[in-house]
Design a protein around this ligand. Structure first.
Ligand code: PEP
Ligand code: MG
Length: 593
């Protein structure tokens, strides 16, 4: 029977594929795809683990004390029978052979199917046999872990080590999980999934942002999805409407396939705008910049027609690294790679924005000292984190400065709020330059920018701008902190409202102040890549937009059709309105030529 699950749309388009469930099992295992040529060896691994468990249970049975309760040998017999049962071992083999799942994943996938069947049984006695299957699977997992000479790997280890990309199957796959950390999303960039669904998350969480950057359809906050969807179900992920359809009827499937083809055509049409300069109808040039997470994203930025990188989220270099964080040389290589890939176009590197929904694997010095943050979004994140790790901060600044010898680089400081933070940042930068001078390492001039993400910084942007060459408004956080809404929490996601008059007034004030002081101002939050806001931001005077490469063509199309003089005239009344979204739509409609 077909089921619809409603969540939040975070990345547009339609994906159709077989569900791959991770993280739904109570047992932590690695998930990775086995290369085709190793499938038989993987099945052999499973067989050996089963034989080991059979031997283990037989030994246990033989060693039972004569006065042991009579249920015990009977129980061991049940477990031995289960081990031979086709519904467990045969079906598990099939997951490996057909889907190329690793043995642990195949076992837990099959366990899930059997557990559901047990749950649906009327008979209490039979229903309780589920525990036996779980115990048998647990033993098999232990045997597999022993055989590979390591502890059972953590749930996401397989995803993290990138093994997911080795899949050679034919049917498209979509990922369903309770939650996916931003760091794991990064691995999916190179993986096989054509869409994903999570139970939790908000539209502006970093997980959602990375999904958008991958340009694959995604729905988050679909609460029950990982419970309702079963391994291998056919799913439609409607990333425009935020709906997931499980087991769709043929007619619905056809309708969605039609929509898929239509959006491919639309995309091909927009691609033709790639080399067209973004100039409004009344002749204002608009800078289209790209947001990237890794140097390897730079070619996609160029391909999309970006004229530079407006936001390189450098913290992604530090994720999935355990204790082995990248040192100065490794960072330098990464920044230099981005600069070289951008071929003379400017690259804006944001210093590490760790904390909140992007934790490091290892604890920071402050965390070791004070324990975990009570409220990470309001705690030690971004520049606060860097200033609490002065050695690491200077190391990053030196790496960026060294890369500046190879192209046009700008440094962007996240989450600035206090002038004292500005002072300390300038001191750190001066010291990093001095250290490079002492070591005779070359570097060039770099511009220094501040991210405006905290309402206090936006209100006092005039005083901040006395110390910075440019600013970039991080609307994702600005909305979060302005409205006191955790951007990653789906329970309050409906209140996360970039159209709130207070938010828009503050953005307008920030842009106007920067323009008055003749300093560069960009927006690098998700609003910049959302066509609903393009006209409004142009009306506010914004001329520099930074977004995921996949959004550039759509926004450029809006810019090419815009007349900024006409739009600017509409702005004051809209900013005063109670409902800015409706007021803006109304103003555009009545002013249409
Ligand atoms: C923002 O807050 O708008 C921003 C661009 O930074 P991030 O999303 O990485 O916090
Ligand atoms: Mg931010």
């Amino acid at each position: 029977m077909s089921i619809q699950i409603f969540g939040m749309a975070v990345s547009r388009g339609v994906a159709i594929g077989r569900a791959v469930l991770v993280a739904s099992s109570r047992i932590d295992v690695a998930h990775y795809f086995v290369p085709a040529e190793q499938v038989s060896a993987e099945i052999e691994r499973l067989r050996q683990a089963r034989d080991a468990v059979v031997a283990e249970l037989a030994a246990l049975k033989a060693d039972l004390a004569p006065d042991a309760p009579p249920e015990l040998p009977a129980l061991l017999d049940v477990h031995l029978l289960l081990l031979q049962d086709e519904t467990l071992s045969g079906a598990t083999k099939q997951w490996i052979a057909e889907r190329h799942y690793n043995a642990e994943w195949a076992l837990t996938a099959q366990l899930e199917i059997l557990a559901r069947q047990f749950d649906e049984m009327e008979d209490d006695y039979l229903r309780e046999r589920k525990a036996d299957v779980e115990q048998v699977v647990e033993r098999m997992l232990q045997a597999l872990a022993r055989a590979s000479g390591r502890m059972r790997p953590s749930l996401d280890a397989g995803l993290r080590n990138g093994a997911v990309r080795d899949f050679g199957g034919e049917e498209p796959l979509v990922l369903v999980a309770s939650d996916i950390a931003p760091a794991d999303m990064l691995q999916f960039k190179r993986s096989v999934f054509t869409g994903f669904v999570t139970d939790v998350g908000g539209t502006h969480s970093h997980t959602a942002i990375v999904a958008r950057s991958m340009d694959i359809p995604a729905v988050v906050g679909a609460r029950e999805a990982s419970r309702i969807v079963r391994q291998d179900d056919w799913l439609i992920i409607d990333g425009d409407a935020g709906v997931v359809i499980v087991d769709p009827p043929r007619i619905v499937l056809e309708e969605y396939r039609f929509r898929q083809r239509h959006s491919e055509l639309e995309r091909a049409r927009l691609d033709r705008l790639r080399n067209t300069p973004a100039v409004t109808m009344d002749g204002h040039a608009v800078e289209m910049l790209a947001n990237i997470e890794l140097p390897s994203d730079a070619p996609a930025a160029l391909q999309a027609g970006a004229v530079g990188v407006g936001l390189f989220r450098s913290e992604f270099l530090f994720m999935n690294r355990g204790d082995d964080l990248p040192g100065e040389d490794e960072q330098f290589e990464a920044y230099r790679a981005a600069v070289i890939a951008m071929n003379g176009l400017p690259v804006t590197i944001r210093t590490i924005d760790i904390g909140a929904d992007k934790p490091l694997d290892r604890l920071s010095t402050a965390e070791l000292r004070h324990g975990h943050a009570l409220n990470p979004a309001l705690g030690l994140r971004a520049i606060r984190w860097s200033l609490s790790e002065p050695g690491m901060f200077r190391q990053q600044l030196r790496a960026i400065l060294r890369a500046s010898a190879y192209g046009k680089l700008r440094i962007l400081i996240p989450m600035v709020a206090h002038l004292s933070e500005v002072r300390l940042t300038l001191q750190a930068l001066a010291r990093a330059r001095q250290q490079l001078d002492d070591a005779a390492k070359p570097y060039s001039e770099v511009e220094l920018g501040a991210m405006i993400e905290v309402p206090a910084a936006a209100l006092c942007v005039g005083s901040l701008l006395r110390h910075f060459d440019f600013i970039s408004i991080g609307t994702n956080d600005l909305v979060q902190y302005m409205l006191a809404i955790d951007r990653a929490d789906e329970a309050v996601a409906h209140l996360y409202d970039p159209w709130h008059p207070a938010v828009l007034q503050l953005i307008a004030h920030t842009i106007a102040t920067a323009a008055r002081m003749r300093r560069g101002v960009a927006i690098c939050g998700e609003m910049a890549g959302d066509p609903e806001f393009t006209d409004l931001l142009l009306a506010m005077g914004l001329r520099s937009f930074s977004m995921h490469p996949s959004r550039i063509a759509t926004i450029k199309q809006r810019i090419l059709r815009a007349d900024t003089r006409r739009l600017a005239a509409l702005l004051p009344k809209v900013l005063e309105a109670d409902d800015c979204a409706t007021a803006w739509a109304e103003a555009l409609r009545t002013a249409a030529p």
